[in-house]
Ligand binder design. Structure first.
Ligand code: SF4
Length: 418
């Protein structure tokens, strides 16, 4: 830890001693390279420290060392069980503390919904330039986060907009109005992150970044001087992507883009109300390949109207096009999820046998494994682990040495980074 970081941490610890409120992000094994942005905004707004079990899972129960009048838990659906466990053991140790869920207008990240407890802490101002820039130094994972940002193992995650004007039946974002920050305000956050956290790369994790082409072009002009590498891999709309946007993004440092393809079958696309045809997607991919190092495609197996042949054709299409496939191969069937994903949602298990789903899964992972090696991910994991030794933070070190080998094995056997 540098002297400047130590001073900041001293101040934060001082804050903690007086804290009557503490936030926590429960751990899970999903998207561990993306901090909980919603919670970062809430913490910054309420000036509250965060125990970030999601990014820094060890030691697991360290939150029990802190007594607070209110423990605010950010309850993402994939971490619900851990959130309940935290609530139970915290109440057992501190019976007079209140447990609440923390929620903001940015409660959407990677399509997983956030859930509420009965009692809530709410920051529901619509997403706009009025929002403060997220202060990650409030997170106890800051040392670990910043190490990974500085080595480029992880990209600084930024949301420049939330929601989406489209109506795809399987997507959580469809029910959220599109709210965007200005290009200028988004670029300012990146300048600050570069100055304060020494980030070397960033990733836009908007639901629909390229809804407004003029905003995209302006953003590119503003971030170009920062000379940061960046990715726009969270699913661009192919029908709003053209040569001019591609050229502006690439010359501003973007080297990876992703499109929400879902399926290459036009009937399936129509059934899920994608509002695009495979022809439009092919055209976008064709342009993207000229400008970017990597082009990703997001696919969902088992969508209404699909079957084994159509799903395998989608993955095969990705292989032929040189698109890196990112595959979701399960659509839940329980009643609440039917409401969430749309009436026609069904698990792929109903469409064809499990063994054939696994075949597609293994096939897509084989393709992605090569991608991680080409991107030098194993070398970056090593670099971040060794850099952490010099930063003298025990929790951070512990996490690096437990998570690092897990990541290597995961790339080796599963073709994915965990
Ligand atoms: S366009 Fe993308 S973000 Fe928008 S509703 Fe469809 S899948 Fe969701």
């Amino acid at each position: 830890m540098t002297g400047r970081e130590a001073m900041r941490w001293g101040l934060k610890l001082e804050m903690e001693k007086n804290a009557s409120m503490l936030f926590i992000d429960p751990s899970s094994e999903v998207y561990i390279n993306i901090p909980n942005i919603s919670l970062a905004y809430a913490a910054t707004h309420f000036k509250t420290r965060v125990i970030d079990q999601h990014i820094l899972p060890y030691p697991r129960d360290r939150f029990l060392r802190h007594s607070a009048d209110v423990l605010g838990i950010s309850v993402r659906s994939f971490a619900l069980e851990e959130a309940k466990r935290i609530a139970d053991i915290y109440t057992a140790k501190y019976p007079s503390s209140e447990i609440k869920s923390v929620s903001t207008s940015v409660d959407v990240q990677c399509c997983y919904p956030f859930l509420d407890f009965d009692k809530k802490i709410v920051f529901d101002k619509p997403f706009s330039d009025e929002y403060p820039f997220p202060d990650y130094e409030l997170f106890d994972s800051f040392n670990y986060l910043s190490t990974n940002w500085q080595t480029g193992l992880w990209n600084y995650s930024i949301m420049t907009s939330v929601g989406c004007p489209y109506q795809c039946t399987f997507c959580a974002c469809r029910s959220r109005k599109w709210h965007a920050r200005s290009a200028k305000n988004s670029a300012e956050e990146l300048k600050l992150a570069q100055r304060e956290y020494n980030i070397v790369s960033f990733e836009i994790i908007d639901d629909a970044f390229n809804v407004d082409k003029d905003r995209v072009l302006e953003f590119c002009g503003l971030v170009k001087p920062l000379k940061l590498r960046w990715l726009c891999s969270n699913g661009l709309r192919a029908d709003r992507f053209d040569e001019e946007s591609a050229c502006a993004m690439a010359s501003a440092g973007c080297d990876t883009v992703g499109f929400g393809i879902e399926s290459t079958d036009d009937e399936v696309l129509a059934l899920v109300k994608k509002g695009e045809t495979i022809g439009q997607m092919e055209q976008a991919v064709e342009i993207a390949k000229k400008y970017f190092k990597e082009v990703k495609g997001y696919f969902i197996l088992g969508l209404p109207g699909s079957n084994y042949e159509k799903d395998i054709a989608s993955i095969e299409w990705a292989r032929k096009q040189g698109v890196k496939p990112v595959v979701s191969y399960y659509v839940p069937v329980s009643q609440p999820d039917k409401i969430f994903y749309g009436e026609k949602a069904s698990a792929s298990t109903l469409a064809y046998p499990e063994e054939r789903q696994k075949e597609i899964y293994r096939y897509s992972k084989k393709i992605t494994r090569g991608w991680y090696y080409r991107q030098g991910v194993p070398a970056k994991i090593m670099k971040a682990t060794f850099l952490s030794i010099f930063k003298y933070n025990l929790n951070s070190l512990l996490t690096h040495f437990i998570i690092g080998p897990k990541r290597f094995l995961s790339i080796l056997f599963k073709g994915e980074v965990q």
